[in-house]
Each structure stands twice: as C-alpha cells, then as structure tokens.
Design a protein around this ligand. Structure first.
Ligand SMILES: [Zn+2]
Length: 507
C-alpha cells in the first residue's frame, strides 16, 4: 500500500527525492507510525498541495501566551496562537511544513471526513514528528476529538494563500542556498547566519565582512548565470548516522556553523539538499526542484553589524515572487515621483537634485529676508518708543501681532526683539513688549508663539506668570526675556485682547 494517496499530482520531478540508502523505508499508514520530519510529503514533493492521510494522535492543549520559538525581530511572523484551547494533531504524513532550517512554519488546512476544513495555524517539529496546531471553532472540543480520533482519514492541504506563502518561503530559502554557495566558492565568504524575513522585506545572509559594490555585482552575476542555466535541485536522504553528520566538513571558515542537525531531532533521517554541481547542504527545508526561475537581486550595499569584538555584515537579497513584488513597488514609487516632477522616470534623479538645490537657495533667501525684516520692524518699534518718550514717566508698552506660517516663528520674534533692544538701550526709555505670532489657518493643535521683553525683569516675569495662569501658555524665562507657546485657536479679540489688558494692568 502506498504511504499516502496523492489527490492531485504535483509537477515536482520524480527524481527530486532520492533515497540513497537501500534500507531506508517510508513508514506505511498501516503501521500507525508517523513519517518522520526529513521525509514528509512536503519534503519529498515540495509542489504538492494536498494529501489524504490518517490521524495518529490528537489532544487538546492550552498555548502559553508566548508561543515557543525564537523571537527574531525581523524574522517572518507565523500566525499567533489564540489564547484558548487548540488541538495538537499528529498525522501520518503531511504537506504542511513544520518550521525548520530557518524556514518558518506553513499554514494550511485539515479537512475531516464530515467535510469540515480546520485551520492549521502553525506546525512545529517535536523530536522527529510534525505537530499541527489546529484552531477549534465554536469551542466544540468533543466533536473535534471525535473527528480527529486516531485512525480517522483526513486531508491535509495548502489553500491558495498558504501555498503562496510557502512558495515565497521556498524561493527565498533555495536562493539563500545558492547565494551562500556562490559567496563561499567565489569569495571564500562563509555564511554565518541568515534570516527569512516577512515579505515584502528582503531576506539577508550574514557574512564576516562588508562587501564592495563590485563584489556584490560579481556575486549577483555569478549566481544568475547558474539560474539561467536552470540548475536542478534535489534531495538525498539516508538513515541518520550522527557520528558522520555532526562534524562539519566544509571549510575552516565555518559555513557549516549552525547547519548541523538540531540536538532534539529524533527523526532518524539525514537529508542533504543539492543544487546540481553547485552546493550540497544538510537542510530540512522544502526547496524548489530547480533554480531556473529564481533570478537573484542583491541590494547593492551591506549593513555592518558590530557585536562586541566581532564585526559582520548583512547582505540583503530578493528572488521569486518577492522580487516581482519589490520591483512593482519601487516602480510605482518612481513613476509617481516622476509624475509629481512632471518628467520622465530617467530624469528623476536630476530633477530631484535640482529641486533640493533650489530649496536650499530659497531657504537661504528667506533667512536673509527675515533678518532684514527683523531689523526693519525693530527699528519701527524703537522710533515709536522714542516718539512717546517726550512725555514724563512714559513707558513704551506694546503688543506686536504677527501672522506667520514659518516653522520657526520664535526665531523671527527673537530677531525682532534683539534688533529693538539694541536700539532702545541707547535711549534709556523704559519698555514692556509682548510679541505674538499666529499661523494663518488655525486648528485646535495650532501653536501661537508668545514672547515678552522689557526693561524691568519684575514686569516681564509678572506678564509671563499671567500668560501662564490666565491663558494656559506654556513657557518660561529669565531676566528681561520670557517666551512660551499657546496650543489651540488664538483669537485676536479674546486671547489677543487679554494680552492688551495684561500690558495695561502691569504696575
Ligand atoms: Zn537550508
């Protein structure tokens, strides 16, 4: 009897899965033994989407709030487990890949004999077995346990979204093997680690040093030569001989670091993924049967990582559907920018640099004009003060109102106050000035800048205190200067009028 009945044939070539040991057998469902991780259907036939199989074990569990597994910041995110009971199901065989080899868990479906499709949220390897974490709908635990009774027939499958997710993982994982092999053979650069990030981010390999743009172009070109040749990918499996497999045989540089079998693996199978004539690597991932459509794009820079005494670098790459997604997005960015600039896409860099240049010049001109304007306004205020000072006991009190949409309204008010103070100092005329600057269109989040200057520090402090207590202006000051911000709509009649009253009332 066949190990499992294939419901819809996949296009994986029959020589993808090679058993190189005459004694290795795939367990039959009759034995009630699971097919171990290493030779699961998803590892024998990566393009297979559906398999009819039997339930070996099922029990209810309560997931802990933090599901097991490494929490890598950028690593791909598996759907979280709900904070309620779920089913842990072991099947005889499965097309749903349990996480491993840097490749994240698949999501999928298990359809029971009553036609109901159950969501597989995650699959994980426990020892040598794949365990499916299945969502319980409507809290119906009893009926779940009945349809998943050991020996029951079920169908494990990847739905369209599950398959797209897996296809992306396979593309990135197989490309990583290719990239690491080319880095090692062409530049003697071992791969220290790699990360299958969530789409649309590029994935990365970590290498011991940064690379030049020329080296990156060279590696990309070498890898794509092999891609265009359409090198085959296949797997070789045999019984596990730990004495043989534990010692890394490749390079002193350590490419094989972390590539050994996990210490808790009890599946009893040694699996090597081969890219024909390019690479042989022990790995449990589900890999595409060919690299022929995996054009590799390497982002032309490396990111340097510094960890205590060692420095390494990350090399980011894309391939397969993720590369097409990346090209689509970047092309959209480019065309929308070109449209804003009213030019063709190739002229975008030149136009942007022109715009940046023009903006710098415009900013400088604004700064120059503001400084000229500040002197002019300061001088106007001084002459107004001088005109009044002919009267005995005169104090120049004024509220200067400005409407200004500048991002630095305080800067201009300060420049005005400096220009005025410098001139008035010569005349000894006492003064108390409030300067306000309000944006032209206001909302409840608008900021009105308020500044108080005077010849008497007690008066300045008194006006500042009143602005705080009566208008809710947030600010402070020292000596002859006080400044603050009012958040909200500043009405000239109400808030402005209150400032006028404060100036009058100061003793
Ligand atoms: Zn791998």
């Amino acid at each position: 009897m066949a190990a499992a009945k294939i419901l819809s044939p996949s296009s994986t070539p029959t020589d993808y899965f090679k058993v190189i040991s005459p004694t290795l057998q795939i367990p039959s469902p009759d034995t009630g033994i699971t097919v171990p991780v290493g030779i699961l259907a998803c590892q024998r036939d990566p393009l297979l989407r559906k398999i009819e199989t039997t339930v070996i074990a099922c029990h209810v569990s309560q997931p802990s709030s933090a599901p097991a597994g490494k929490k890598t910041k950028k690593a791909v995110v598996a759907p979280g487990l709900p904070n309620e009971p779920i089913l842990e199901i072991v099947l005889h065989d499965t097309v749903i890949f349990p996480e491993g080899g840097g490749q994240p868990t698949d999501t999928g479906l298990i359809t029971t004999s009553d036609g109901k499709a159950w969501l597989v949220l995650q699959a994980k390897r426990h020892g040598g077995h794949a365990v499916h974490y299945v969502k319980i709908t409507e809290g119906d635990i009893d009926s779940a346990l009945s349809v998943f009774a050991p020996g029951s027939s079920v169908t494990a499958s990847l739905g369209p979204d599950d398959y797209d997710r897996r296809y992306d993982h396979m593309s990135m994982h197989t490309s990583q093997h290719l990239l690491s092999a080319v880095l090692e053979t062409r530049l003697n650069l071992p791969t220290l680690s790699w990360s299958l990030t969530s789409p649309p981010s590029p994935c990365y390999v970590e290498v011991p040093r940064g690379m030049t743009v020329e080296e990156i172009r060279f590696i990309q070109s070498e890898a794509n030569k092999l891609v265009f040749e359409g090198r085959r990918v296949y797997t070789e499996v045999e019984e596990l001989d730990r004495d043989k497999t534990v010692v890394p045989t490749i390079l002193e540089s350590g490419r094989s670091a972390g590539k050994g079998l996990p210490s808790d693996y009890t599946g009893g199978v040694n699996r090597v993924v081969v890219i024909d004539g390019v690479d042989r690597n022990p790995c449990c991932g589900s890999h595409l049967p060919t690299i022929h459509n995996l054009q590799l794009f390497i982002l032309p820079h490396t990111e340097t990582m510094s960890r205590s005494s060692t420095t390494s670098a990350r090399l980011y790459f894309l391939s397969g559907p993720r590369l097409i997604g990346y090209l689509t997005t970047t092309h959209e960015f480019l065309t929308s920018t070109a449209s804003i600039l009213s030019c063709g896409a190739p002229s975008v860099p030149e136009r942007v640099s022109q715009v940046v240049d023009e903006r710098k010049k415009a900013e400088k001109r604004v700064t120059d004009l503001e400084s000229e304007l500040a002197k002019h306004i300061g001088s106007g205020l001084y002459h107004e003060a001088l005109a009044g000072s002919v009267n005995d006991g005169y104090i120049f009190r004024k509220h200067l109102r400005r409407t200004d949409d500048s991002g630095n309204a305080l800067g201009l008010l300060s420049a005005i106050s400096v220009a005025f103070s410098e001139q008035i100092a010569k005349s000894q005329t006492p003064y108390l000035l409030v300067l306000t600057s309000t944006p032209s269109a206001q909302t409840t989040n608008s900021t009105t800048v308020v500044m108080v200057i005077g010849s008497d520090d007690k008066e300045v402090r008194s006006v500042g205190d009143s602005l705080k207590s009566q208008l809710g202006v947030k600010g402070g000051g020292k000596g002859l200067k006080w400044s603050g911000k009012y958040i909200g709509v500043w009405k000239e009649k109400k808030e402005g009028g209150l400032v006028d009253d404060l100036l009058k009332d100061v003793q």
